[in-house]
Unconditional design. Structure first.
Length: 246
């Protein structure tokens, strides 16, 4: 039978989600946990997508197949008992045999946290990007409205992206809000290119600093040229918040 799980993780100690040689990854740890439950049998998981080294998740989704007759309600407890403390299963439920965590996803939501003060708090350094300069919230909000809609986001995709096919994506929501000395960027879309959110945030921060005008966001999108966009914001401020299915 096929199971779908929602997992949260602190990506600080990991070389990203996807298994790779000579590096500790989220996928590796989850598959090791499933193997223990299955008495050594190798169980492969398929996630909604990858997250990079240092990136976190509150709502990553993956599916796996099992022949164990474990009650649905017991899977969460069983997995969390053998997973490291920085990876926590939030829920597990039965799905149809043709469900696919990646291909059936209709939308993903990411949030990026920017700390805007003189010095970073020691307990926030792995979960936000410190920007000391003053930021213009209104300018960043104006630029966010230009991100929304269907666009070719080639300018916001890392050069070594390996993406085959179209780079057209639909962004349903792009917002920036301020909570005291923190700025929170939220992006909900049909899908995202490699480093897309981090490049969008890096560009929005340049707009917030006054180094670019909000209207330049539309020009950058239309250019389809990575060199016209801003720097890639660091990974630690990024969280995969949720994956939406029908």
């Amino acid at each position: 039978m096929r199971m779908c799980a929602i997992v949260s993780y602190d990506g600080t100690a990991y070389a990203g989600y996807q298994i790779q040689p000579n590096a500790m990854t989220i996928q590796e740890k989850v598959e090791q946990a499933l193997s223990k439950i299955h008495k050594g049998q190798k169980i492969q998981i398929t996630a909604s997508g990858r997250t990079d080294s240092g990136v976190h998740a509150n709502g990553q989704t993956f599916h796996f197949d099992t022949n164990l007759a474990i009650p649905e309600a017991n899977w969460k407890k069983a997995l969390n008992a053998v997973l490291p403390n920085d990876i926590r299963i939030k829920s597990v439920h039965h799905v149809s045999d043709d469900f696919h965590a990646r291909f059936d996803a209709k939308a993903k939501t990411y949030q990026y946290y920017v700390s805007n003060k003189e010095d970073n708090h020691v307990f926030q350094r792995n979960y936000s990007y410190l920007v000391r300069e003053s930021l213009d919230l209104n300018a960043m909000q104006q630029a966010c409205t230009m991100i929304e809609g269907e666009h070719d986001f080639t300018a916001f995709c890392a050069a070594n992206n390996g993406v085959k096919g179209t780079k057209v994506r639909t962004i349903y929501r792009a917002t920036c809000e301020q909570m005291k000395d923190q700025y929170i960027f939220t992006f909900e879309g049909s899908g995202f290119l490699y480093n897309m959110v981090r490049i969008l945030v890096g560009t929005l921060i340049e707009i917030g600093k006054g180094n670019r005008k909000p209207a330049e966001m539309k020009e950058i999108i239309n250019s389809k040229d990575r060199a016209t966009a801003g720097k890639t914001a660091p990974p630690q401020g990024l969280f995969l918040v949720a994956v939406t299915y029908n």
